[in-house]
Write a protein that binds this ligand. Structure first.
Ligand SMILES: [Zn+2]
Length: 230
């Protein structure tokens, strides 16, 4: 059908061209104009095939950016992080904060007494040349669930996972009552001096995880074995 239409259109065009060439009168060209709508409608019916290359064009258009270095890492990162962002307290791998980064919900949503105790400790540790870095602090329930699911996949079951990552219902990170600190020197310093600020290592298997567990100057409780042992 299309071929027929096209060939007839071609004939029409030829006719128009022929008429246009033979006749110097514009009116005769105008008289053949009613044929033009047909050409237009043929163009429209042939436009779907044109549209298919058009839909291919966007995919090829998105392909170059995805093959480009920066955008290709972005989708993969978003895949890894489960759509989480700063508002969830999420920090990209390798990103650490200071206690002064209160523009980040991870810091801003910490329990104020915990943040104050950490800042006091950080000030005193700074005298000894140590800088508190925060790997993780407040987390949204969604972020905590994401971490828990990851741990389940990694450790092969919920029971083992709970030794390392708490559920959103249990995690002190979700309530803003815990921080994970770095580097190791800071962890060791706070392990020794944290009780002066009420800051204690909560779990024996997490040297980085501190909570405000006692009054300043009181002795910290012995860390429990792991997060599942509470
Ligand atoms: Zn922690």
């Amino acid at each position: 059908m299309l071929r027929r239409v096209r060939s007839s259109v071609a004939l029409l065009v030829l006719a128009i061209v022929a008429v246009g060439c033979s006749s110097s009168e514009p009116s005769s060209t105008a008289s053949t104009l009613p044929a033009l709508p047909i050409t237009a409608s043929v163009d429209q019916t042939s436009s779907p095939p044109v549209a298919t290359p058009g839909t291919i064009a966007p995919t090829t258009a998105t392909a170059p950016p995805s093959s480009a270095a920066a955008p290709s890492t972005e989708p993969s990162t978003s895949g890894d992080q489960g759509g989480l962002d700063n508002d969830d307290g999420y920090l990209a791998d390798g990103t650490t904060l200071t206690l002064g980064n209160t523009g980040y919900p991870a810091i801003a949503n910490l329990d104020p007494p915990l943040l104050a105790a950490l800042q006091a400790a950080a000030n005193d540790a700074a005298v000894e040349g140590l800088e508190f870095r925060v790997n993780s602090a407040w987390r949204s329930p969604e972020y905590q669930q994401f971490l828990f699911d990851q741990a389940v996949a990694e450790h092969g079951g919920e029971q083992e996972a709970r030794r390392w990552v708490s559920t959103p219902e249990e995690s002190a990170h979700v309530t803003g009552d815990a921080v994970d600190l770095a580097p190791r020197e800071v962890q060791q310093w706070l392990g020794q001096h944290g009780d002066q600020y009420g800051l204690c290592q909560a779990y024996a298997n997490e040297a980085w995880h501190f909570e405000l567990l006692v009054e300043p100057g009181e002795a910290c409780p012995v860390p429990i074995a792991d997060a599942s042992a509470g």
